[in-house]
Design a protein around this ligand. Structure first.
Ligand code: ADP
Ligand code: MG
Length: 298
């Protein structure tokens, strides 16, 4: 079965410009009916993803919230290709990459993790780390070029955009920098060559409050200036409200709510917290109902 829209669904003014067919780009990310169970058949079995569907058009900025263990990181890991899901499909720029390895997808996907130690090589300098990031273009000469004259000047300019004064510390080992500075650099590295998709997994969760603010502002700036398609997991309701144009709420491996458009614009932290409370009370209800059934049948 094809999934193309019916002809009447196509806006002709959009599809044709001056009589010539205009190419309508595919979604940057499409997740279709994605499910995955870890440790199947053991006492630790957990259905981490359950029929997840998600579409990000070019330029979409989506935040993902949910309680611990709700499947947020698993969703990002699946998109990045860290494991092969049990069922469903993942498409990047219209290409089915479900079975493609993490390494191949890395050319198109930029990532920043929670742990500032994870995204950079501590024993290499700022300039060397950035040169490695440029390597994503897969040009074997890039590394050598990057450390000479004009490339170094170009890198310095990119680092200056972070507004942290790190442009004067290009030869400092990254291990000497603070967590906030490292996350800022990791974000720069992930976007130095514009990725199709940027994945952020609680990238401010391990930082002190001042650094959180810096990295959040930087994220906003980088995403909007490059118009990056972004999927950002956050533990912070404030960030989910403040950033992005859509919020997904995950619960037990499912997307249980999607807040977009006007509702997103008017969203407040209290609204999100109330939804969480609702989910929690439903859990309690489930538990007591299950308990009652157990008592009835045993
Ligand atoms: N590699 C793994 N092996 C076994 N269980 C896993 C693995 N990764 C995640 N899980 C489990 O899947 C569930 C979802 O985890 P995760 O996606 O990390 O949650 P979140 O990021 O929302 O806190 C949790 O119960 C977690 O313990
Ligand atoms: Mg997580």
């Amino acid at each position: 079965m094809t999934t193309h829209p019916a002809p009447e669904a196509v806006d002709m003014s959009e599809a044709f410009v001056h009589g010539a067919a205009k190419v309508v780009p595919p979604p940057t990310l499409e997740v279709r009916d994605l499910s995955h169970t870890f440790e199947r058949g053991t006492a630790n079995e957990v259905r981490a993803l359950s029929d997840v569907n998600l579409t990000l058009a070019p330029g979409d900025f989506v935040t993902v919230v949910g309680m611990n263990g709700s499947g947020k990181s698993t969703l990002l890991n699946a998109v990045a290709g860290a494991f092969l899901p049990d069922s469903g499909q993942i498409l990047l720029d219209g290409e089915d990459v479900t079975r493609q390895g993490e390494f191949r997808r890395a050319c198109h996907v930029g990532r920043v993790f929670q742990d500032p130690l994870k995204g950079t090589a501590p024993n290499l300098t700022v300039a060397e780390n950035l040169s490695l990031a440029l390597d994503r273009t897969r040009n074997p000469f890039v590394l050598r070029w990057a450390l000479t004259g004009s490339r170094r000047a170009e890198l310095r300019e990119r680092v200056r955009t972070l507004q942290l004064g790190l442009e004067d510390r290009l030869d400092t080992r990254i291990g000497m920098l603070s967590g906030g500075e490292r996350q800022a650099l990791t974000l720069l590295m992930a976007t130095l060559v514009k990725p199709s998709l940027l994945l952020l997994d609680e990238h401010t969760a391990a930082l002190d409050p001042r650094s959180v603010e810096q990295v959040v502002k930087l994220t906003e700036r980088v995403v909007s200036s490059q118009r990056l398609t972004t999927l950002m997991v956050t533990h912070s309701m404030h960030q989910a409200v403040q950033l992005g144009d859509r919020v997904l709420m995950m619960h037990r491996g499912r997307v249980v709510r999607e807040i977009r458009g006007r509702e997103k614009q008017q969203l407040r932290v209290e609204n999100l917290l109330a939804t969480f409370d609702q989910l929690r009370s439903m859990e309690l209800l489930d538990e007591s109902a299950a308990d009652m059934l157990r008592r009835l049948y045993v």
